[in-house]
Write a protein that binds this ligand. Structure first.
Ligand code: 0YR
Ligand code: MG
Length: 370
């Protein structure tokens, strides 16, 4: 099998109720810039990064994938994905301008498309190719009711519905409101609404200073919060280690880290407890797996960041022993040929061959740059 051509794709899918916010971002659409990798067979591989749908930035990502990495892939066998990852990652002129950032997101999209092809060529879903099993439970926790721009009554109603009607046993809510009292009021209301048996996670999206994070962090145990996510500056190892030493609630992070090395430094420093690698910010399945193995070897749970890329992440979770829980956000559902299925709060292992990120023909017709 040989790669013949790369085609750029940018999908922009509307988010829930026309706009969501956390402490740091307000978005109307979720972005999926990526590539279709064509071969000399009928098989086409699809891979995407995940963005906040800023078209100029999305164009940078797909241009890098197609124009910079593309020529290095032509004529290669896509199934030799680990070899190709090294070849692309270490290509000197690209490495010179970016060992993370845009180039890394582009490489991630390509790597996922290559794994998609490898799994399709084997006629198996990616989780099976990676040695996983549909019998392994992968629980879903829902983030889509906890946005910071939801008024208190909407927040409470959403969390209640997710638990009582939809069957989730874990929900995440955003914190990092302008004042501590608001965060505590929202947390208290959610805990009261869902009752004591449901797990509640919190996420500050990197907003707080270290003293603010310590102040809020010390209050979280009162509400039996499972984790405090991205409390302070995304890649500041020292600040998170100091925080970890100052509060009882465990720390979760990783969605804004690009490199396996960064995870190594956080893990080694004791600055993270729930490890959240994102396959579309790391450079794909190849690098994600390294991080998951590393976290697992430190007895730390791996809970991938999704927002919304659960289509591919579920495959990794059915295969990796460190993963028992995965974020769920529904924004890309209508855009994907095989959207993730949740039953009674658990992911159902997909049975279609590939990595799960193939868009519907309708989605492709909408914003296909080819
Ligand atoms: C919206 N999940 C997250 C979304 C979400 C972000 O900005 O991207 O809140 O991905 O932090 O844990
Ligand atoms: Mg987060």
């Amino acid at each position: 099998m040989k790669i013949t051509r790369l085609v750029p794709i940018i999908l922009h899918a509307p988010v829930t109720r026309g706009g969501i916010a956390d402490s740091t971002h307000s978005i109307s659409h979720w972005g999926a810039p990526g590539v279709a990798i064509h071969t000399d067979t009928d098989l086409v591989g699809y891979g995407f990064s995940g963005t906040h749908a800023h078209l100029p930035a999305d164009r940078l990502i797909v241009d890098c994938a197609v124009d910079s990495y593309g020529p290095l892939l032509l004529g290669e066998d896509p199934r030799e994905v680990r070899y190709l990852w090294e070849k692309l990652h270490k290509h000197p002129p690209i490495q010179w301008v970016g060992r993370s950032g845009i180039t890394h997101l582009a490489l991630g999209a390509i790597d996922i498309a290559l794994w998609d092809l490898k799994a399709k060529a084997a006629g198996e879903p990616l989780w099976k190719l990676l040695g996983g099993s549909a019998s392994k439970p992968v629980e879903a926790y829902n983030t889509d009711g906890g946005w910071l721009n939801w008024p208190l009554d909407t927040l409470v109603a959403d969390c209640r519905r997710m638990v009582e009607v939809e069957g989730y046993r874990a929900v995440k809510i955003k914190v990092g409101a302008p004042d501590l009292a608001t965060d505590l009021r929202r947390l208290a209301a959610v805990r009261e609404a869902v009752g004591p048996g449901i797990r509640v996670m919190t996420d500050a999206n990197g907003k707080l200073t270290l003293p603010e994070a310590i102040r809020l962090g010390r209050r979280l145990a009162e509400f039996d919060v499972v984790w405090f996510e991205e409390p302070t500056t995304f890649d500041d190892v020292l600040a998170h280690r100091r925080l970890a030493e100052s509060i009882e609630t465990p720390i979760a992070l990783g969605e804004q880290l690009y490199l396996a090395h960064q995870f190594r430094d956080f893990i080694h420093a004791g600055a993270v407890h729930f490890v959240q690698p994102d396959v579309v910010r790391l450079a794909g399945v190849t690098e994600w797996w390294q991080v998951a193995d590393l976290a697992h070897s430190y007895s730390l749970p791996v809970v991938p960041h999704v927002g919304d890329m659960c289509q591919v992440h579920q495959h990794l979770c059915f295969a990796h022993a460190g993963c028992r829980l995965l974020e769920y956000i529904p924004w890309l559902r209508d855009w994907m040929l095989h959207p993730a299925q949740i039953q009674d709060g658990f992911f159902v292992a997909p049975d279609s061959p590939g990595a799960g990120m193939e868009p519907t023909p309708k989605a492709l017709a909408k914003i296909n740059l080819a």
